[in-house]
Design a protein around this ligand. Sequence first.
Ligand SMILES: NC(=O)c1ccc[n+]([C@@H]2O[C@H](COP(=O)([O-])OP(=O)(O)OC[C@H]3O[C@@H](n4cnc5c(N)ncnc54)[C@H](OP(=O)(O)O)[C@@H]3O)[C@@H](O)[C@H]2O)c1
Length: 393
Amino acid sequence: MKKERDNQKEMSRRGFLKAAALTGVTLCVSPALEKVRAAEKAMNGRPSAADQNIPDGMAAVRERWTLGSGAAEFVVSAIGFGCMGLNYHRSEHPDERAAIRLIHEAIDRGVTLFDTPESYGPFTNEKLVGKALKGYTNRVNVTTKFGHKYVNGVQVKTEEDSSPANIRKVCENSLRSLGVESIALFYQHRSDPNTPIEIVAETVAELIKEGKVRHFGLCEVNADTIRRAHSICPITAIQSEYHLMHRTVEESVLPFCRELGIGFVPYSPINRGFLGGLINEHTQFSPNDNRQTLPRFQPESIRKNLRIVEALNAFGRTCGCTPAQIALAWLMHKGDFIVPIPGTTKLSHLEENLRAADIVFTAEEMNELEASVSAIPVTGSRYDALQESKIQK
Ligand SMILES: NC(=O)c1ccc[n+]([C@@H]2O[C@H](COP(=O)([O-])OP(=O)(O)OC[C@H]3O[C@@H](n4cnc5c(N)ncnc54)[C@H](OP(=O)(O)O)[C@@H]3O)[C@@H](O)[C@H]2O)c1
């Protein structure tokens, strides 16, 4: 099966190259950017554990996967780290020193992809990540996002702002908060009905030429938006929600990404912790935790959806894996252009999650897992009506 998965990877890599040639998009890059790209290239390939100084047996992510293709290629660890919960939206969080220590533990265990935006906090998550990654940004990368609208530091939740002026403002703020010379991957967080995607792509392409941004990404967009944006500025990755309880992207976005050689970064890959199996209908979320407002995290929905966790537990028992590991390994078997970014505040969960990269399922096991989970209806929508209205269908 390992061989089968390697073959699959090779085929998808060839698909990337073909798609890059077919799209024929080119980009002018600055000398500074060339240097960073050369460093990225040096990280390419599949370094051994010894190359990364990761001791044998240590829970770690050792493989490097490629998001995007051609000029947009970005080599990252096969599992990233979502930094949001370190100080935002996930109830109890560690103090700053412990959060920084956890990020350093992730680096020691091979993680090179860290995700944040200005909107977590707002503004505080980027600063925390910037502090933690000081001195490490030659080895690891942080991705961030633009597009929410803020007035005097307060988010206007009914509107988005991807105007060129705001993209540029967020870029400057993020560079400062993260303490980097260029943003490794700059995503639009949510589409802005008032700014055509072509304008957004042109603005990011300019920032790339100026050496302030290295790669372009979009969140929660449909295939038409991806096509339009990609024809102007090659997209490295789409970041949207994707896990065993939310598979909408399989309809058109994922096949389209595969065809065009665009990477995919599933956010909330453990369904905001639910698929980790430690949440039940009695779980109390803190006021800072957005799960308390989400329909899928109301007690009645949790109670019904726990059958899905039971299915993961039953499947995991046959191979000695936890439900979180099953959820992550399933995503990774969907293609080597898919790099999940689970979040955690705990070293034990970090180690557990990284070990998911070592799990190999046969095609039959994948079918069995999917059949057992999809037989159980999911109760409760993932977002409230306002948040859902911002997701492109
Ligand atoms: N683009 C977007 O619109 C968007 C939206 C949401 C999130 N994101 C990104 O995606 C990242 C991850 O999303 P997320 O935090 O919503 O969801 P997630 O990664 O699916 O789940 C995180 C939750 O799972 C728990 N957890 C982690 N590992 C576990 C394990 N092995 N067993 C049991 N529980 C475990 C964590 O609690 P512990 O701390 O106790 O481990 C945490 O509460 C964010 O940090 C952010 O970067 C992007």
